[in-house]
Design a protein around this ligand. Structure first.
Ligand code: G4P
Length: 288
């Protein structure tokens, strides 16, 4: 479910995350590996002050491995702990526990020095915008199906801890924060990857963005998928070429641009064009 984020919802979501922070040792900030920057909540650094954090690049199976490596190197350089995971397939789960232990080593050593003989399990919570895979990750770590509570930021729930082995306890409800809509390009990236509902933005605009991006960053995948000899510079011609090859034509031979846009976006989201990443780890977020 995609939430329409109004200021009241944002304030409430923020309050709920802030409340839960008191209960935990570490935050797992879940982002989409295809758009690690655009799928972050714009205020997360402000909300999660003074809490150790582990950034989890989820859906790594859908992201360009070359750019994922660049992102991991970038985080390392910044001194931020980050892991690439695939919550759906359960890849990277063990590393979450070991990285958490490493991050919290000092705190637990201090507790030990104070005479607390047997340090308790690490307490963690998952935070992220809708659709990044929070429920999937909770279920994976819990090794059982936990009912999805819905993405409504206003719902009050009793907190429960999920035991992950002996060393980790996870809050059963994730912190849900809002994506950044104000920036047009961020919105297009969120829509291209399916993070926000198709009714929020104009599909043709989103497809124009996506096709321009693919033309400059993934030309081979684009030509291969749509059997193009070359990529026309003019975006309308590119739409036309794809529509012709895929039969997105209305009666009278008119190109059905809505259908073409839907087809392209559906195929991007279902990995038909291969692994793709739309954010780059530099100031602009674009390839340099
Ligand atoms: P949320 O709680 O953060 O809102 O996200 P949720 O877990 O509901 O996941 C959103 C979608 O992303 C789901 O697909 C889920 O299966 C998929 N997903 C989560 N983690 C991964 C991953 O690591 N790799 C891939 N490829 N997909 C992942 P859906 O189409 O909405 O639902 P369904 O088809 O699984 O039923």
């Amino acid at each position: 479910m995609t939430i329409q984020w109004f200021p009241g919802h944002m304030a409430k979501a923020r309050r709920q995350v802030t409340e839960k922070l008191k209960l935990i040792d570490i935050v797992y900030e879940l982002v989409d590996a295809r758009i690690p920057q655009s799928s972050r909540n714009p205020m997360i650094d402000e909300i999660i002050v003074n809490k150790p954090r582990l950034v989890l690049l989820n859906k790594v199976d859908k992201a360009d491995p070359r750019v994922t490596e660049q992102w991991l190197a970038y985080y390392r350089e910044q001194g931020i702990y980050a892991l690439a995971i695939d919550a759906q397939a359960g890849k990277g789960m063990k590393q979450i526990v070991s990285a958490s232990k490493e991050i919290l080593q000092e705190k637990f050593d201090r507790m030990k020095a104070k005479g607390i003989k047997k340090p308790r399990a690490i307490r963690a919570m998952i935070v992220g915008i809708p659709n990044v895979g929070k429920s999937t990750l909770i279920n994976r770590l819990a090794s059982k199906k936990i009912a999805k509570t819905g993405d409504r930021p206003g719902v009050t729930q009793a907190q429960q801890w999920i035991k992950v082995g002996n060393e980790l306890e996870l809050l059963d409800t994730p912190g849900i924060l809002w994506p950044k809509f104000e920036d047009e390009v961020v919105g297009y990236k969120l829509a291209t990857t399916g993070a926000i509902k198709d009714t929020i933005l104009n599909m043709q605009d989103v497809a124009v963005y996506a096709l321009r991006f693919l033309s400059s960053h993934y030309p081979e995948q684009l030509t291969k998928r749509y059997n193009l000899d070359e990529i026309p510079e003019d975006i309308v011609e590119l739409f036309d070429a794809i529509a012709m090859r895929r039969g997105c034509i209305m009666s009278g031979g008119i190109v059905d641009y809505d259908k073409t846009a839907e087809l392209v976006l559906r195929e991007i989201r279902t990995d038909k064009l291969g692994t793709l990443t739309f954010d780059y780890p530099n100031k602009s977020g674009e390839a340099e």
